[in-house]
Design a protein around this ligand. Structure first.
Ligand SMILES: [Zn+2]
Length: 288
């Protein structure tokens, strides 16, 4: 089945968001524009502070005293020199003035880049993503789910890709983030079994409430909380895979089969970490 998603080239998450730090809900990708500004600022700092460098001396001699100050615009200078001189506006963007630049004994592009980007508000679900031992692909699906960016059928209908929006897992209700995680009669059973497996006796609840519960639970620094983050990531990923396998490959798994897959995958990831071994030994069985 082709829903034409690739052809649409629609970005799931805005590039600007992806460049934010992880604690602010981004993936800490490099903001090339800000990095470029910081690199040019380093050249300007060199002009003013590194007068022993040969190329700086050459520029100073060649342009005489034209470029000695902060607010000079050497109109006769080459394009590149003018560009570097304009970097004072980037210093100002990062809230530095000429005196601040003079005081700088060294210049770190990375530090300047961080200052230039400013501060970000932290997202409440950062603890779920940070130090999550799940596979990168698990965390990526969780990352999309917490931002409600997974292409569930209700969203696809909004974009006019599909008309039929019935959930593939229960064949009853409309497929949405809230339904899949974990209101659906299929996934709620999967998640409830996995919660019991960890010794958590509560029913699966709707996604937002589940996240709020997770945020509180993950405040503890315990092996149980660490495992919980891992199991949640595994569950979200495998539920999404199951849904995709049913739609695109026509392959179905029962609740028990999916739970077994998740349990095996969690053991596979968790076994790499020594401190989890004792707890994983206690959980070395398939819950029903
Ligand atoms: Zn369903």
């Amino acid at each position: 089945m082709d829903w034409g998603i690739e052809e649409s080239r629609k970005a799931l998450v805005a590039w600007e968001t992806l460049c934010k730090p992880k604690a602010a809900g981004g993936l800490n990708l490099l903001n090339v524009e800000a990095w470029n500004k910081a690199s040019i600022c380093k050249l300007m700092w060199n002009f003013n502070k590194k007068k022993d460098r040969l190329w700086v001396q050459w520029v100073h001699v060649y342009y005489k005293k034209q470029i000695a100050g902060w607010s000079i615009e050497a109109k006769q200078a080459s394009w590149i020199i003018q560009k570097i001189l304009k970097a004072r506006q980037y210093f100002e963007e990062a809230r530095y003035n000429e005196a601040d630049m003079e005081k700088m004994e060294s210049f770190s592009v990375k530090k300047f880049y961080t200052k230039l980007r400013g501060s970000f508000e932290q997202v409440t679900w950062r603890k779920l993503m940070q130090s999550n031992l799940g596979a990168p692909k698990w965390k990526f699906i969780v990352y999309l789910a917490v931002q409600r960016k997974l292409m569930t059928k209700d969203r696809l209908r909004g974009l006019r890709y599909v008309e039929e929006v019935t959930c593939e897992l229960c064949n009853k209700e409309e497929e949405s983030i809230d339904h899949l995680f974990f209101s659906c009669s299929y996934t709620s059973q999967v998640w409830t079994v996995l919660l019991q497996w960890q010794g958590i006796y509560k029913k699966a609840i709707q996604w937002n409430e589940e996240l709020n519960w997770t945020i509180k639970y993950c405040k503890r620094r315990s092996i149980k909380a660490e495992l919980y983050r891992l199991i949640l990531a595994g569950a979200v990923y495998h539920v999404w895979q199951e849904r995709n396998n049913r739609i695109f490959r026509g392959v179905k798994q029962s609740i028990q089969e999916l739970v077994r897959d998740i349990v095996q995958a969690v053991h596979g990831r968790g076994r790499c970490v020594q401190r989890l071994h004792t707890r994983l030994d206690e959980m070395n069985y398939y819950p029903t």
